[in-house]
Design a protein around this ligand. Structure first.
Ligand code: RB5
Length: 148
């Protein structure tokens, strides 16, 4: 699995925890986030990262900002992206099993780095359940195809 990780200036601590996790799990990744030295605009980071997942260059993306909301709204504008904004461990598992989410967004002004790391661990290691959920996800893909 290849993961693209990105963050704006408000997501530096979670970004660092997620980097530690990716190294611990021996997952190949690229950190495409800002360096935290100044205020940046989250769409400038979310959109290119989401496009690189949609193109198949990366299997998954993890996006961090203050709330996770701006990153998730931006990422979900990209065709083929199913970005889940997650701040609890139950949803981390459910969104992989049910939605086959390919991008995870989290907000550092909402949860701390330790919880974020555990959420990312669950999200990275949970498989899509398929079955009835596949049909539902296919309906989202079909909508995207028809709209474009
Ligand atoms: C930055 O102040 C903040 O607006 C951004 O990190 C994010 O929370 C937006 O949704």
């Amino acid at each position: 699995m290849k993961v693209i990780l990105t963050a704006d200036h408000a997501g530096m601590s979670i970004r660092n925890e997620v980097k530690d996790l990716l190294e611990e799990l021996n997952i190949e990744y690229e950190d495409a986030g800002c360096d935290g030295s100044c205020s940046v605009d989250y769409p400038d980071y979310a959109l290119p990262a989401a496009k690189r997942v949609a193109s198949g260059e990366f299997d998954r993306g993890i996006l961090i900002c203050g709330t996770g909301i701006g990153m998730s709204i931006s990422a979900n504008k990209v065709k083929g992206i199913r970005c889940a904004l997650v701040h609890d461990m139950f949803s981390a598992k459910a969104t992989r099993e049910h939605n086959n989410s390919n991008v995870l967004a989290m907000g550092e002004r909402v949860i701390g780095p330790s919880l974020a790391k555990e959420i990312a661990r669950i999200w990275l290691t949970t498989e899509f359940a398929g079955g009835r959920h596949e049909n539902r996800v296919n309906k989202i893909t079909a909508y995207e195809e028809n709209e474009s």
